[in-house]
Write a protein that binds this ligand. Structure first.
Ligand code: PEP
Length: 262
């Protein structure tokens, strides 16, 4: 199946009104006409309104970096799915390793967040991935399957509406990337797990994240089960992000040719 590739930037806790404007204007100017891949940016919550305006009329979709598992009320500091929807968010990251690590988010929390996003019509980008210690202990498959299983269990027939991001924790922000083969191996495991849960598993995009950059994107995106990238550091530099988008668009074109779609 020729799944559309998706390149999503995770700005993390970076940006300012001026920097966001400069970055998005460079992205808008540099995006190829009719780019074959989908593009999104997941921005800090205070900038949702600004970025909603800045991406309006462009192919860049708006994303958030987290969502509450509650609908509203006495949850100081949290942002609900309905609030994200008010600002036109199309995607929201759930279960990013930095949320799991620094905010103690459990698999059950992540599953509940995905459920709230789906109920609001927002696509959750569900992040899974093992730590270095877990990889070295041979637990990679067990860990990512456990993380995804919680989301599958809580979301039943909606599961084909999610995006999955495989992000080995040891590759995030470290400059150390999984090899295309290492990533593909885990993506294939995740695809099989989805296939056991839904007949529509083939249409679920599985992104790779972890030090993806302009130099390594093409090789990663050429793998059969790598459907795009969740990009941290490189999404803050317009030229780097545009080169990754170009690599995804080229890979998309190649996949279409191979499968006879175009
Ligand atoms: C991320 O934060 O999701 C990420 C993949 O970061 P980086 O690309 O900087 O490793």
């Amino acid at each position: 199946m020729n799944r559309p590739k998706l390149i999503a930037g995770n700005w993390k806790m970076n940006g300012s009104l001026a920097a966001n404007e400069a970055l998005l204007s460079a992205l808008r100017a540099g995006l190829p006409q009719g780019a074959a891949c989908a593009v999104a940016v997941a921005v800090p919550a205070p900038y949702l309104a600004q970025v909603q305006t800045l991406v309006s009329g462009s192919p860049i979709a708006l994303g958030a970096q987290d969502v509450s598992q509650h609908d509203g009320g006495a949850y100081t500091g949290e942002v609900s799915a309905a609030m994200l929807r008010d600002f036109g968010a199309r995607y929201v990251l759930v279960g990013h390793s930095e949320r799991r690590q620094y905010h103690g988010e459990s698999d059950a929390d992540v599953a509940a967040k995905a459920q709230k996003a789906l109920a609001a019509g927002i696509t959750p980008i569900v992040c899974v991935g093992e730590t270095l210690a877990e990889r070295e202990a041979g637990e990679t498959e067990h860990v990512v399957r456990r993380q995804l299983a919680a989301v599958i269990h809580a979301n039943g027939h909606c599961i084909s509406e999610i995006v999955v991001a495989y992000e080995p924790v040891w590759a995030i922000g470290t400059g150390r990337t999984a090899t295309p083969e290492q990533a593909q191996q885990v993506h294939a495991v995740l695809r099989a797990q989805l296939a056991a849960a839904t007949t529509h598993a083939a249409r679920v995009p599985i992104l790779y994240g972890g030090s993806m950059n302009a130099a390594n994107a093409a090789e990663l995106l050429a793998q059969p089960d790598i459907d795009g990238g969740l990009v941290g550091g490189a999404s803050l530099k317009a030229q780097d992000f545009l080169q990754i988008i170009a690599a995804a668009s080229a890979a998309q074109g190649d996949a279409a040719t191979v499968s006879g779609v175009n």
